[in-house]
Design a protein around this ligand. Structure first.
Ligand SMILES: [Zn+2]
Length: 352
C-alpha cells in the first residue's frame, strides 16, 4: 500500500465518520466547571472579567501606561534608590542575586575615615625662620596621602586668647604656610577661621603667631578650618561613582551618635589615596575614629564650569557672617540688590 493509498483510505474513513455523526465527529469543547464557588456572585477567575480591558488594549486617550504597571517616573525613582542600596528593587528579582548585589553595592560605596588633628603645612622660608637656616622638615612617618609625611618638628601657636603647644608640621614644605585647626582650637586661640578646602586660602584667617626653637612667624593669613573632604584615588572614582569637585553625603558613626555629614568635597586625582578626612570636632561629634568606615549616601555633581551661581542678598549676608568679601569678578552672578547689600556691609570689592 502506497502513501497515497493510505491517505485516500484515511479520507474515506473520516468522510464516513462525519456522515455517520452528522458532520460533528470531533468532540464539542466543554468549558470545565470551576471547583466550588468561593464568592457567590463573583465572576470565576477564568471568565476574563477580572482583567481590565485597558490591560490588553490601552485606549489612545490613556496616559500611555497600561494600568497594571506603576507610573514610569515612580519606577525610575525606585530603581535609583535600589541602585544606591537605599530601598528594595521596584520589580521582584525573584532570587537572592538581587539581595547580594545590594549588599555588595553598599560595601563598595564605603570609605575609610581618617581623623586629622590640628596640623600645619609650612613654607620653606617660614620653616627656616622657625627652625634655623638651611633646615627642612624631617620625616617622622608617612601619612595616608602619597608623598606627605608627619615631620619630627612641632611649633607652638599663640593667639589673642590662648596658646596651643606641639602643633605637628606636615611635610614636605609647601608654597604657602597653611594652619588647619578645628573650630574648638579656633575658640581656644580666640580667632575665627573660615571653612576652606585645603589650598584655597582666599579670605583665610590670620592673627596668630607661630613659635619655633629658632624664631617666630606672625601669620597674616593661611589659617583655616579644613572643609571635610574625600580623597579619591583615580581608579576608585568609577567604583564610588564620584568625580573631582563633587559633594557627597556620608553616613557614619555608631548607634546613638550616627549622623550624615553633608558637603564632603571630593578631591580625585593622582596623588590621592581614597580616604575621607574629618577634623577632630567632626569625628568626636559623630563618634568615629581613624580606621572606621563611612558610607556614601548621596552625591551632588560638581558645578558646571562656566555656569555661575546666583548670589542673592541672603548669600551676601551669609558671606559677611563668614568674614568673606564679595568680588565683582567672583565665581557668582551678583544681583543688584546683593551688590548694594555688600557695599552697605563694606565687603564689596571691585577688583577680581
Ligand atoms: Zn586630606
Amino acid at each position: 500500500m502506497t502513501k497515497d493509498e493510505v491517505q485516500k483510505l484515511v479520507e474515506m474513513v473520516a468522510g464516513r465518520l462525519a456522515e455517520a455523526q452528522d458532520r460533528t465527529w470531533l468532540p464539542t469543547p466543554v468549558r470545565p466547571e470551576p471547583p466550588g464557588d468561593p464568592m457567590p456572585g463573583a465572576l470565576p477567575a477564568w471568565a476574563g472579567g477580572a482583567q481590565g480591558l485597558s490591560d490588553v488594549a490601552p485606549t489612545r486617550r490613556s496616559t500611555g501606561q497600561p494600568r497594571h504597571r506603576p507610573a514610569y517616573p515612580a519606577m525610575v525613582v525606585a530603581a535609583r534608590q535600589a541602585a544606591a542600596a537605599r530601598g528594595p528593587a521596584p520589580l521582584p528579582s525573584g532570587s537572592a542575586a538581587g539581595a547580594e548585589r545590594r549588599a555588595s553595592t553598599k560595601t563598595r560605596r564605603e570609605v575609610k575615615i581618617g581623623v586629622s588633628n590640628r596640623h600645619i603645612h609650612v613654607s620653606a622660608a617660614d620653616f627656616e625662620a622657625l627652625f634655623g637656616k638651611g633646615r627642612s622638615p624631617s620625616v617622622q612617618r608617612p601619612i595616608s596621602q602619597p608623598g606627605q609625611f608627619a615631620s619630627g618638628e612641632t611649633v607652638a601657636v599663640a593667639g589673642p586668647k590662648g596658646r596651643i603647644e606641639g602643633v605637628r608640621i606636615v611635610g614636605p614644605a609647601r608654597g604657602a604656610t597653611q594652619l588647619e585647626l578645628s573650630p574648638a582650637d579656633c575658640r581656644a586661640l580666640g580667632i575665627e577661621a573660615p571653612v576652606r578646602v585645603s589650598g584655597a586660602l582666599e579670605g583665610s584667617a590670620g592673627g596668630l603667631t607661630l613659635e619655633g626653637p629658632a624664631g617666630k612667624v606672625a601669620l597674616a593669613g593661611g589659617v583655616i578650618v579644613a572643609q571635610r573632604h574625600l580623597h579619591v584615588a583615580p581608579q576608585d572614582g568609577t567604583v564610588l561613582g564620584v568625580k573631582d569637585g563633587d559633594r557627597v553625603a556620608l553616613e557614619c558613626g555608631p548607634a546613638g551618635r550616627r549622623m550624615t555629614l553633608h558637603d564632603v568635597v571630593v578631591r580625585l586625582g593622582p596623588g590621592h589615596a581614597t580616604e575621607v578626612h574629618l577634623d577632630l570636632d567632626e569625628a568626636n561629634a559623630a563618634g568615629v575614629k581613624t580606621g572606621d568606615s563611612a558610607a556614601i549616601v548621596g552625591r551632588s555633581a560638581a558645578p558646571v564650569r562656566g555656569r555661575r551661581a546666583l548670589l542673592t542678598e541672603r548669600g551676601v549676608a551669609q558671606m559677611a557672617a563668614r568674614g568673606e568679601k564679595v568680588s565683582a569678578g567672583g565665581p557668582y552672578l551678583v544681583t543688584p540688590a546683593a551688590r548694594d547689600r555688600a557695599k552697605a556691609l563694606g565687603i564689596w570689592r571691585e577688583e577680581t
